[in-house]
Design a protein around this ligand. Structure first.
Ligand code: KG4
Ligand code: ZN
Length: 337
């Protein structure tokens, strides 16, 4: 049996995981930097890189201990090298290269977005391909035709903000703190989703594309009227909860409608969803209801595999089987597609 050590440092989570070539996850450790970025209302790339430097070796140690292995047992090193913040990615890539070289084991480069879909395969414990893949996170909102774990064709992405970014910005408008997704979801639970009539961009046309920037602006004007320049976040109460609920309902509607259109256009009967926003319970419920009506199978991993982690880099096993190893001068690639 081969043990893999995988690293994830693409944004603001420092993560390491140990898994086997049989896709058994022995440990998955995530050190969140949320507290460091909260006062800035978003991820500060320079702070993220420096925190990865501090956190990575302890996180690797913890992953090895929890898995009950030592570095000598590791037969392959994997790392997310694209897409993400370049400085943040470089910390993981540099560490992975040194580890692979020092241990004389193969190095495998893994795509973070493909890993988010592979998290569904990992959680399901069986093949999920071919499927429509929705990656919905702070950096990405895109639909793919996934013919296999390493074969993803873009069906459509976002014209502007990612869905998670919209959750984070709406949370900032409403004074709910960072990260915005879970805060908006909590606030929305006490609000009326029909209180404000907000746009559902591109919902009525067949384009498999998203746009969340206008929705976020609509929330801002619904909140403050024309006086946005001098406006302060609303006080806790009905208005704030209603705005959160109405925004969340619009975002969930658009994501669900586009997934339905993608299933119908491709003729596929499986939908795999990954990325931090897929932790959102109303989104999960809405996708479940839609898939039941479309007679499609829905795959969404448990919460710990939705947000950024290194276990989902078990996609490396697929590359390892094919002998797709990375060169010793592997670089970090901030952009993909
Ligand atoms: O996949 P992820 O951990 O990191 C990126 O690759 O971006 O996703 C983080 C994003 C953030 O924008 C966060 O606000 C959002 O996922 N998020 C949520 C929820 N939990 C995290 N959005 C909506 N509802 C949630 N419960
Ligand atoms: Zn992610």
């Amino acid at each position: 049996m081969t043990h893999f050590l995988a690293l994830e440092t693409s944004c603001d989570e420092t993560a390491a995981a140990v898994f086997t070539d049989e896709l058994t996850v022995l440990s998955s450790v995530v050190a969140s930097q949320t507290d460091l970025h909260a006062k800035f209302g978003g991820v500060v790339p320079e702070i993220a890189s420096r925190a990865h430097l501090r956190n990575l070796l302890p996180v690797i140690d913890e992953a090895l201990v929890k898995a009950g292995v030592t570095l000598a047992d590791i037969g392959c090193v994997a790392v997310h090298n694209t897409p993400g913040l370049v400085g943040a990615l470089l910390i993981g890539v540099s560490a992975a290269k040194v580890l692979a070289l020092g241990l004389s084991v193969p190095l495998i480069a893994v795509n973070h977005v493909q890993s988010h879909i592979y998290a569904c395969r990992l959680a399901a414990g069986r093949d999920i391909f071919p499927c429509v893949g929705l990656v919905v996170s702070g950096g990405h909102t895109a639909l793919f035709r996934c013919d296999g774990p390493l074969s993803m064709t873009l069906l459509g992405g976002t014209r502007d903000d990612a869905a998670g970014e919209a959750f984070d910005k709406v949370a900032a408008i409403l004074g709910l703190g960072f990260p915005g997704g879970p805060a908006v979801e909590r606030e929305a639970a006490g609000g009326d989703p029909k209180a404000y009539s907000l746009p559902r961009p591109f919902a009525d046309d067949g384009r498999l594309e998203f746009s969340f920037s206008g929705l976020k602006t609509a929330v801002m004007y619904a909140c403050h009227g024309q006086d946005v320049a001098r406006a302060k976040p609303p006080e806790p109460g009905t208005k704030r909860a209603n705005l959160a609920a109405s925004f969340q309902a619009a975002a969930v509607d658009v994501l669900t409608i586009k997934c339905k259109q993608a299933l119908r256009k491709t003729g596929l009967k499986r939908l795999a969803v990954g990325g931090g926003v897929s932790a959102n319970k109303p989104l999960r419920a809405s996708l479940e209801a839609m898939c039941a009506k479309e007679r499609a199978e829905l795959f969404i991993p448990p919460l710990a595999l939705c947000t950024d982690n290194a276990a989902m880099a078990a996609l490396a096993v697929e590359k390892w089987t094919r002998g797709e190893f990375a060169p010793a001068d592997l670089d970090a690639e901030p952009n993909w597609i």
